[in-house]
Design a protein around this ligand. Structure first.
Ligand code: GLN
Length: 562
């Protein structure tokens, strides 16, 4: 079967959950026996989100092949349970980059290079690349970032308009996700923003086939009829995308609406009956945890939960695996020091220090880690979190008072974390170290790398394997010159690269659970396949005597991201 395309656009305003809606539709089509992939087209000019501030863009999701991508790709992987690659995300910046490179090379043979056809052709080629190769999916969902009406999104919309005739009407479907607000004072839903948004789409030549209405509460038949009438769609092609408590309920809600069935009919997909057992079980497990556990996340971006999207999801998956709702307590690392740590972290079953860049807040993270180590509170350090755990141990256990990372103090005597020149020589051939430091866009160790796991360690107990693969996104590494000294003082290097040159996991044996990893395990956690390190961290935290929720019957729901 030829790959069928579903284009998802958004109207009225951003943050309506296009990514989740696309991922949920994809998951439903999968349960009907179809193979699915999803691609995100981002209209901004950055070549990728790698250099963007998490405050502006949220998490940067890293794929196995080392692409720094939009956080929606994390949703796609978690819902579809298939790895995404750099093919699955592009931006205006990347498209223009490629067009300009071709122009410089003379590929356009002296022609005037224009948005139509050159930029739109480049976009179409990227979209069509999803259907190439022996494993072309049955369905490719393409989500266009931003909101209809944005100037920068126009070339993408023009490209999908053209693709409809290129691919044939039966092979494409346009879904428009819009907001249908409920006006309390009037006691009714309002359809006018949707009408305007569809008008805007029509003005650029796109007629939506399906309208998906994001709403606080379900919309009546009467409202659906009205939307259908004004937007030229079938009445049974207007669906509600109702707010849910837990994001993993969305596929079930869509199924109840008959959304995926309508998609299958309209695209003439050879779809079987949907098999929703695993999704139903997941929704039940999320809604009814037997207990709770409280986890402190000590980081810099605590005000912005989008910055730690995959982390939250991984913790929720681990909660489900341990029959516990996870209560997240955000602790701003800039406000923590050795004196305030006990009060700030009291009552937490576990402490997690996530990844990050730059010195701001680092001393607070180190103080929180010291508290976790000395008070036997289960600890998970991710990337920068592991690096801070090494610094803390070097300073307070090994007596290297000025131990630090080269990232924060290049003049200190004991750079226990450093920029590993050999590694960068190997990776980037002839680039000078200073070029690497200034080239923020391309100097990181990115993507999946193998890691050997030492037997008789907490890492081995978790993974139950001697070789794993995990995803990285960092510049600095553990400095092997300190391996011997820190080992003597009791640190165990339980995960290393196959050639022993890079430390990937460290842990402390005389502690209930203290593990740091140089990679980002959160990128590989799935709701149906929890990551072993998160699972064991939450298990340890649940059993931690200091956890304030211990012994309490389940009352509140977990703070799930939505
Ligand atoms: N800033 C650290 C480095 O570049 C850690 C990065 C991270 O936590 N992702 O190595």
């Amino acid at each position: 079967m030829k790959t069928k395309y579903i284009f998802v656009t958004g109207g009225v305003l951003s943050s309506l959950g296009k990514g989740l809606a696309s991922a949920s539709l994809g998951a439903l089509l999968q349960t009907r026996g179809l193979s699915v992939t999803i691609q995100k087209l981002d209209p901004y000019i950055n070549v990728d989100p790698g250099t963007m501030n998490p405050f502006q863009h949220g998490e940067v999701f890293v794929t196995d092949d080392g692409a720094e991508t939009d956080l929606d790709l994390g949703h796609y992987e978690r819902y579809l349970n298939v790895p995404m690659s750099r093919k699955n995300n592009t931006t205006s910046g990347a498209i223009y980059n490629s067009v300009i490179a071709k122009e410089r090379r003379g590929d356009y043979l002296g022609g005037t290079v224009q948005v139509i056809p050159h930029v739109t052709d480049e976009i179409k080629a990227t979209v069509l690349s999803l259907a190439e190769g022996d494993n072309a999916p049955d369905v490719a969902i393409v989500e266009i970032g931003g909101t209809v009406g944005d100037i920068e999104g126009l070339p993408f919309l023009e490209a999908i308009r053209q693709l409809r005739s290129d691919l044939g009407r039966d092979n494409c479907l346009n879904i428009h996700l819009t907001l249908v607000p409920y006006l309390r004072s009037a006691g009714e839903h309002k359809t006018k923003p949707t009408q305007h948004s569809v008008k805007e789409l029509l003005s650029i030549g796109i007629q939506p086939d399906i309208i998906l209405c994001r709403c606080e509460r379900s919309i009546s038949e009467e409202m659906r009829r009205k939307i259908a009438l004004f937007c030229n769609v079938d009445q049974d092609a207007v669906f509600a995308d109702v707010d849910v408590e837990n994001i993993y309920e969305v596929p079930l809600k869509f199924y109840e609406e008959g959304f995926d069935q309508k998609v299958a009919i309209m695209l003439r997909l050879p779809a079987r009956n949907a098999h929703l057992e695993v999704w139903k079980k997941l929704a039940r497990d999320c809604a009814e945890p037997a207990g709770r556990v409280s986890i402190a996340i000590v980081g810099k971006y605590v005000e912005l939960k989008e910055a730690y999207k995959s982390l939250h999801e991984a913790l929720n998956h681990a909660g489900v695996a341990n029959s516990a709702g996870v209560d997240l307590v955000y602790v701003n690392s800039e406000t923590v020091d050795d004196l305030s740590a006990p009060a700030a972290l009291k009552g937490c079953g576990g402490i997690l220090v996530p990844g990050g860049f730059g010195y701001r807040g680092v001393e607070g993270k180190i103080a929180a880690i010291r508290y976790a180590r000395e008070k036997n509170v289960p600890f998970l350090g991710i990337c920068l979190g592991m690096q801070c755990a090494v610094i803390e141990f070097a300073r307070h256990v090994a007596g290297l008072d000025d131990a630090n990372s080269e990232e924060f103090n290049s003049l200190c005597e004991h750079k226990v974390i450093y920029l590993m020149t050999e590694w960068y020589d190997f990776r980037t051939k002839n680039l000078e170290k200073r070029d690497l430091e200034s080239d923020k866009g391309g100097s990181m160790r990115l993507g999946a790398y193998p890691c050997k796991i030492l037997p008789d360690t907490k890492a081995f107990v978790a993974y139950k394997k001697t070789l794993v693969e995990e995803r990285h996104r960092h510049r600095y590494e553990f400095n092997n010159a300190y391996k011997e000294l820190l080992s003597e003082k009791g640190m165990i290097f339980s995960g290393v690269s196959p050639d022993d040159s890079l430390v990937e996991i460290m842990e402390l044996p005389d502690h209930p659970w203290f593990v740091g990893c140089q990679f980002h395990p959160e990128f590989k956690s799935r709701p149906m396949e929890v990551h072993p390190l998160f699972r064991d961290f939450i298990r340890a935290a649940k059993n931690s005597p200091g956890d304030r929720t211990r012994g309490k019957p389940d009352g509140r729901r977990s703070e799930t991201s939505s």
